[in-house]
Design a protein around this ligand. Structure first.
Ligand code: AP5
Ligand code: MG
Length: 213
């Protein structure tokens, strides 16, 4: 099964992907996570992407497409995937169709998370992530057991560089202008499933599971 997670920043794409990976044993391909990994390890790709990400702008398509293509080509034969954070504009969506064609692969569903603006702001400003393993927390809905210490690996838990208010505002604007048209691209292909992203993580996961069953 190949799934695409789609929706605005803070909608819960990463949170729901982690649950789906556990349930269906899929490979999680998150472009944001891949960029953060490369930034942390100071690779050439990371250095190229950092200024765009910190400002909340899109990394250029040429860089992003190449990275995703590599991930798709490196998938183990027959292993399903979850794409999270890609495509983020119509040009990327068209590029993805070509990549999948080349690999004789296809998407089963595109899950779109509908979340009101105020809730997105709360989720983004309250998010904290582990510097070491990337586990995701939230100051009220999912706090760490010990202040600033990751429950999973003991690493330091911090705020993402692009979860500052100015960067959040820009990310939401970029989403509206460049990413939201991708929704129609997949609606026209008959792949879009709209899921209510409000409520607890478990409530949302039940809705996602119902769509996939
Ligand atoms: P990326 O990392 O993809 O960021 P994003 O799309 O802005 O999405 P987020 O990760 O912020 O939100 P999410 O939907 O995963 O929410 P989460 O589950 O964490 O991209 C970062 C940057 O990389 C981009 O700005 C861009 O620069 C670059 N980039 C990435 N892909 C690119 C591409 N294709 N092209 C060009 N550039 C690209 O949840 C948020 C918070 O809410 C968490 O704290 C969580 O605990 C909490 N939460 C989640 N669900 C619930 C719930 N149901 N109830 C209560 N709390 C919840
Ligand atoms: Mg995410």
């Amino acid at each position: 099964m190949n799934i695409l997670m789609f929706g605005p920043p803070g909608a819960g794409k990463g949170t729901q992907s982690a649950l789906l990976v556990e349930k269906y044993n899929l490979k999680h391909i998150s472009t944001g996570d891949l960029f953060r990994y490369n930034i942390k390890n100071q690779t050439e790709l990371g250095l190229e992407a950092k200024s765009y990400i910190d400002a909340g702008d899109l990394v250029p398509d040429s860089v992003t497409n190449r990275m995703v293509e590599q991930e798709l080509n490196n998938l183990h034969q027959g292993k399903g995937f979850i794409l999270d954070g890609f495509p983020r504009n119509v040009a990327q969506a068209e590029e993805l169709s070509k990549m999948l064609n080349t690999n004789s692969s296809f998407l089963n569903k595109v899950i779109f998370f509908e979340v009101p603006h105020e809730l997105l702001l709360d989720r983004l400003t309250g998010r904290r992530i582990c510097k070491k393993c990337g586990a995701v927390y939230h100051i009220t809905s999912k706090p760490t057991k010990i202040d600033s210490v990751c429950d999973v690996c003991g690493g330091e838990v911090v705020q993402r560089a692009d979860d500052r208010v100015d960067a959040i505002e820009n990310r939401l604007k970029v989403y509206e202008e460049q990413t939201s048209p991708v929704k129609n691209f997949y609606r026209e292909k008959g792949l879009l499933a709209e899921v209510d992203g409000k409520g607890t993580t478990d409530e949302v996961f039940n809705r996602v599971s119902a769509v996939l069953n």
